[in-house]
Design a protein around this ligand. Structure first.
Ligand code: OGA
Ligand code: NI
Length: 266
């Protein structure tokens, strides 16, 4: 009863997570908005982030094509049960945490830096999967650098400090694709259960099906996704590095009775 989405989702006036224009020429204002959103929400959306929309739609297209392959094709990339690596294809429906199942399949693989990439976990079908993911990884770094720069300034540090602290050029970009098929009981099942991300920051692209929820003021709220925005989550590592100034955000996802939801957090 404490977790069922139908019972625990707040309806009524819904505060919206901040939306920030990353192309704002007013640098001080931009820093202030990012710092406030990261301190008060731990989550925000960014628009005008500079990643071309076809780079994003290609990433979504090849990911969707992979998940629509027959099960045997996907299982070529399956994590073995004893694997110590997070990379590979898997399902939370098969794995019970405290007796609970979540309605999601996923694929994890590193997308940057090159020495961290292991192409055995990258789907060979569709054939454009690799190029689309490499292209996205290239663009994403510009956004990550900008965010780390602002977040550093907000701690009174030089612009490059946080990025260096989380690995500098060796900072690992781990892509997860979430695939939430239609679910007969979206009132009962969650896609991913409540959690904070283990990352420093998470940069997420969803598809057009809403489902992300954020916990705030003791309630679960739907996050209204804005088209072409990137959703940013403060993760555990940034909360710790900032001595709690920036807050790792508690979030979860709901599922849909008719539609397949997908998301691409890095
Ligand atoms: C996650 C996550 C949110 C989403 O995979 O960690 O929070 O919108 N996903 O799918
Ligand atoms: Ni998450």
């Amino acid at each position: 009863e404490k977790e069922q989405p139908a019972i625990t989702t707040f309806h009524g006036y819904i505060p919206q997570v901040p939306t920030i224009d990353l192309s704002d020429p007013d640098e001080e204002k931009l820093t202030r908005l990012i710092v406030e959103a990261s301190s008060e929400w731990g989550m925000f959306q960014i628009v005008n982030h500079g990643i071309p929309s076809d780079v994003i739609s290609n990433l979504q297209k090849v990911g969707k094509e992979f998940f629509e392959l027959p099960q045997e094709e996907k299982e070529l990339y399956a994590k073995s049960p004893d694997s110590k690596s997070i990379q590979g294809y898997g399902s939370k429906l098969q794995k019970e945490v405290e007796g609970k199942k979540a309605w999601v399949d996923h694929l994890f693989h590193n997308i940057w830096p090159p020495p961290a990439i292991d192409y055995q976990f990258w789907p060979k079908k569709p054939p454009t999967y690799r190029a689309a993911n490499e292209e996205y990884a290239k663009w994403l770094q510009g956004v990550a650098d900008k965010l780390f720069g602002r977040l550093s300034l907000g701690l009174g540090l030089g612009e490059g400090t946080l990025k260096e602290s989380v690995g500098g050029d060796e900072l690992l970009y781990l892509l997860k694709i979430n695939y939430y098929p239609p679910c007969p009981r979206p009132d009962l099942a969650l896609g991913v259960v409540a959690h904070t991300d283990m990352s420093a920051i998470t940069i997420l692209i969803p598809n057009e099906v809403q489902g992300l929820q954020v916990f705030r003021d003791d309630h679960w709220f739907d996050v209204k996704y804005i088209s072409n925005a990137l959703v940013i989550h403060v993760g555990d590592q940034l909360e710790i590095l900032s001595n709690g100034k920036y807050k790792a955000v508690l979030h979860r996802t709901t599922v849909n009775k008719e539609k397949t939801r997908m998301s691409w957090p890095v």
